[in-house]
Design a protein around this ligand. Structure first.
Ligand SMILES: [Fe+2]
Length: 174
């Protein structure tokens, strides 16, 4: 899925710094965490990819903002059709994954599980090692996965796709 046109419309209204803890570099790491998990979980790659760039896109601050998930779900509904296409079964998963990503622990649907794990695996950026009990899928709970993702978050790794595929310059670091 080409995320560039979707990112353009998301960034047109994004209120926070691109390179802060909930910005595009986080979205790119969530995407790459998710793609890695999809290989094993069989989750829907398009839903996981859209979740990565949408789930924090409606934040109003970098701290306590309990309604940013529901706002992201509604934003996804607004731009569906014009900026991306999903069938109803896929869209339901994307909507719910965005809506519940901060306050729900797990879900019976593996695509929603994979979305939430992809996000939680990036807690290294705020110095937190993801705990297996807070993850949903076996693929994410594996020590090798946690170590890999934690390392990338902790070192503020900027995936190449941010500049090369998305054309976004976030500077060296923050
Ligand atoms: Fe996030």
């Amino acid at each position: 899925m080409n995320l560039k046109p979707i990112l353009n419309v998301i960034l047109d209204q994004y209120r926070l710094p691109l390179n802060d803890i909930h910005g595009v570099v986080h979205w790119a790491r969530v995407l790459e965490n998710g793609l890695r998990l999809c290989d094993e979980t069989g989750a829907d790659v398009d839903v996981v990819s859209l979740f990565a760039v949408l789930h924090d896109s409606q934040r109003e601050n970098e701290g306590y903002d309990p309604d940013h998930g529901p706002r992201a779900a509604e934003f996804a509904k607004e731009i569906r059709g014009e900026f991306f296409q999903l069938n109803d079964s896929q869209f339901w998963r994307l909507y719910y994954a965005c809506e519940g990503h901060t306050h729900e622990r797990t879900h019976e649907d593996v695509t929603i599980q994979t979305c939430w794990d992809a996000d939680r695996l990036d807690l290294g950026r705020i110095g937190i090692v993801p705990h297996p009990a807070r993850l949903c899928t076996d693929a994410a709970k594996r020590k090798e996965t946690i170590d890999w993702a934690y390392g990338r978050g902790a070192m503020e790794f900027v995936p190449e796709r941010v500049r090369e595929e998305w054309g976004i310059d976030v500077g060296k670091s923050w």
